[in-house]
Design a protein around this ligand. Structure first.
Ligand code: GLC
Length: 748
């Protein structure tokens, strides 16, 4: 086939030019080098500029369009070669119009189309944090693949996802977009999501280029406040925040996005040590680095750029390849190069990367790749994608409490009162970043329950309160419903607009009006099951904390109702585990299970021991720590096998016998944590290094093997290098609830 011969040819010639190219810029093809040699400086600046798509705009995106120009002016700019990529547009028809315009430009360089597709395009999945609760990289890979098929069918080549920022401060609204507080889970899901989005061959029409973001450390914003400064040691950066990026790049991610934030006094958008020395030198990443939204212009507000030209200069010299929405590159790079303030080589290097990305996507061979009305009709909202969305939703739900085996509920014979603002709500199913999703498509909790109940007439639904304020007569009506019921389901928590970007909260509690409703309903004395809706861990209090049954249900997207019903009535067993710790109080944030011991650790037996590490009003503990969660059965662990000693860097094989001691088939998440007893730097009191899932029938048992990969025991030594230090390591194996069995091994 022509393209394969051409690709072969360009491959053959690669060797001759490879040595000439700067570090980290994959040797460009003959086609790219030829194009580059033909481009004017304004055309190069245009290729390095991307803008909100005003030709086929989609509704629910976070940022208001800065400097809107309208669709016709945008088409004119495309024809003039002033735009390299559009983002957050949706639909094949509009994509065709934009691409046709690009093909009338002087050099006919096709556009790339990107979008913020984090957890679904048109069919909205559970938020990424919810999906992380499944602790299942294969599920995450399949979910990303299903989303990629629907997204590319809508005329999009590139997603600004996965978000891989480790997040230990639940006040930060963007914890919703990632995989939570644990490094290993973030690493595994970052790689799985990249593989799922991109698929086996980036030139395929259903391949969606991935953009692990936001490089790097955004999750550590001071005080959990959105856009706040970040400052951390090199060791913390390399041990906690960098690994998910390294895993995503190793999985073949084609792009990355720089973080908005000030990093140690130099905003990432102007931080050459991060964007060039680390990203290109140390990590050998050769994809495109796109700025965040208007982030280059924000260097002025940060106080490191005097004006827009200065901001553009700082950004391109630091290693930003593509400027988002500000237009600074297209307006200022030609003059900056002409004045000698920016070397032409810096511009060419960025253009090489952008053109190479388009070549890797197959856009030069087929500019109308992923612009196919038949695919759009076939793949949008398909039965297949809805099935995956439902599977992810049921796997995301975490059962945190089930006193007296209240759950699962019987499908008949019980009068049920569904109380709370989310009982029959569809406006808050999707959570933040729900791109082209239509809230009206979702299936609410009440509808999901009615579909599974033998007699739907036994279900009464009362909002009882609004999300943020009380309803006139709401509590009274809710109390009537509660008094007439055998079981109360309390559907409460956060509204979709309380989560995601720009939604940091100082107090991560259930809104007061809903708490008041919960207290009043609890006083009626009927058994209560809390169905919590949330985009982060919450600090639960009072009747919500004390309810006999509690399900963490996140924002589950379109399939919310069916998934909750499946779990509530035992059609599917709850298998989720918390990817973020639920604290006792907001004031404990930031907090994570793998914290340091301090020099005065409080004993677990008396966590408030005077003079030891705790607050006056809270212990150094969580209400539900990372990994919490249970099913409808229980497991016993025994016969732990582990080596006495292992060589540094060797894999550590560990196994345990797991028995299902309950009455129902169940799926256990077996998790292995380790603690390095003595090291040259302080170490986490425990940290997950492996996990595996096993499904067992009642009474059955199986030996589950877990392996700690050699490098997982390394630390960043004081000289900045990764070291595996000899010494004794404690290890614990748990099954999610309190069951835990421990031992230790020696690393020589
Ligand atoms: C937003 C986010 C980023 C997103 C971009 C484009 O502000 O920080 O994650 O991809 O702008 O919408």
């Amino acid at each position: 086939m022509l393209t394969s011969r051409r690709r072969l040819l360009s491959g053959v010639l690669l060797g001759s030019t490879a040595a000439l190219l700067p570090i980290g810029a994959r040797a460009a093809s003959v086609r790219v080098e030829t194009l580059l040699s033909q481009m004017t400086l304004p055309e190069k600046a245009g290729q390095l500029s991307c803008f909100n798509d005003e030709i086929r705009p989609v509704g629910a995106v976070f940022n208001p369009v800065i400097d809107p120009r309208g669709g016709d002016a945008m088409l004119a700019d495309i024809r003039a070669g002033r735009i390299g990529m559009l983002f957050n547009g949706y639909g094949v028809a509009g994509a065709r119009r934009a691409q046709e315009a690009a093909l009338t430009s002087r050099l006919r360089i096709p556009l790339a189309f990107a979008a913020d597709v984090l957890h679904g395009c048109r069919t909205i999945f559970p938020i990424p944090l919810a999906e992380a609760a499944a602790f299942d990289p294969d599920l995450s890979r399949r979910a990303a693949r299903a989303v990629a098929v629907e997204t590319t069918a809508g005329g999009i080549h590139w997603t600004f996802a996965p978000m891989v920022d480790v997040a230990r401060d639940q006040r930060w609204g963007r914890v919703a977009e990632g995989a939570g507080e644990d490094v290993l889970l973030n690493q595994l899901l970052a790689a799985a999501r990249v593989e799922g989005f991109q698929g086996p061959d980036l030139t395929r029409a259903d391949a969606l280029l991935a953009t692990p973001k936001h490089f790097v450390g955004y999750g550590a914003v001071r005080g959990g406040m959105e856009y706040a400064a970040v400052d951390m040691s090199g060791a913390e950066l390399r041990e906690t925040f960098l690994p998910p990026f390294t895993a995503a790049f190793a999985a073949g991610a084609g792009a990355t996005m720089a973080s908005f934030t000030d990093f140690g006094g130099v905003p990432v958008s102007a931080n050459r040590p991060l964007l060039t020395d680390m990203l290109r030198g140390e990590l050998r990443f050769d994809g495109v680095c796109v700025s965040d939204y208007d982030a280059d212009r924000e260097l002025i507000a940060h106080g490191v750029a005097a004006d827009e030209a200065d901001a553009a200069r700082l950004a391109i010299l630091a290693g930003i390849d593509m400027s988002m929405q500000s237009g600074l590159f297209v307006r200022h790079l030609p003059a900056l190069v002409a004045e000698g303030r920016v070397p032409l080589g810096a511009v060419d290097q960025a253009v090489r990367r952008v053109l190479t990305l388009k070549e890797r996507l197959g856009l030069f061979d087929d500019p109308f790749r992923s612009i196919d009305r038949r695919a759009e009709r076939r793949e949008t909202g398909s039965v297949a994608i809805k099935q995956v969305a439902r599977e992810v939703a049921t796997r995301s739900i975490v059962l945190l409490r089930n006193d007296g085996g209240l759950l699962p509920l019987p499908r008949a014979g019980k009068r049920i009162a569904l109380i709370g603002p989310f009982g029959a709500d569809r406006a808050n199913l999707n959570g933040p970043w729900s791109f082209a999703g239509d809230a009206g498509d979702g299936i609410d909790i009440a509808t999901g329950l009615r579909a599974i109940l033998d007699d739907p007439a036994l279900l009464v639904v009362e909002a009882g309160s609004a999300i943020g304020e009380s309803l006139p007569g709401g509590i009274e009506r809710a109390l009537v419903a509660a008094r007439g019921a055998d079981i109360v389901l309390l559907a409460i928590g956060e509204g979709a607009d309380m989560s995601g970007e720009g939604n940091s909260r100082t107090d991560i509690i259930v809104p007061a009006a809903q708490q008041a409703l919960a207290e009043a309903v609890a006083a009626v004395g009927k058994p209560i099951v809390v169905l919590l809706r949330h985009g982060r861990a919450l600090a639960l209090t009072g009747a919500v904390r004390d309810a006999p049954a509690l399900l963490a249900t996140w924002f589950l997207g379109e399939q919310t109702g069916p998934a909750i019903a499946d779990i509530l009535f035992g059609k599917v067993e709850p298998t989720g585990r918390l990817p973020v710790s639920f604290p006792i109080a907001s004031g404990q944030q930031p907090w994570s299970y793998d914290r340091r011991s301090t020099g005065r650790p409080a004993p677990d037996s008396d966590p408030m021991t005077p003079g030891r590490s705790h607050w006056r009003d809270a212990p150094d503990q969580a209400l539900y720590p990372f990994g919490s969660g249970m099913g409808y059965t229980r497991f016993a662990l025994s016969a732990l096998r582990l080596p006495g000693t292992v060589a540094a860097g060797a894999a550590v094989p560990i196994s345990v016998l797991v028995r299902n001691i309950g009455t129902r088939t169940g799926s256990a998440l077996i998790r292995l944590d380790v603690h390095d007893r003595v090291a040259s730097r302080t170490r986490p009191i425990r940290q997950m290094k492996a996990f595996a899932r096993v499904t067992l029938a009642a009474g059955a048992e199986a030996r589950v093997a877990l392996t700690i990969v050699g490098d997982a025991l390394a630390l960043i030594a004081s000289d900045g290098t990764r070291q595996i230090e000899p010494g004794r390591f404690d290890c614990w194996i748990s099954a999610g609830d309190e069951t835990e069995i421990g031992g230790s091994f020696e690393v020589r």
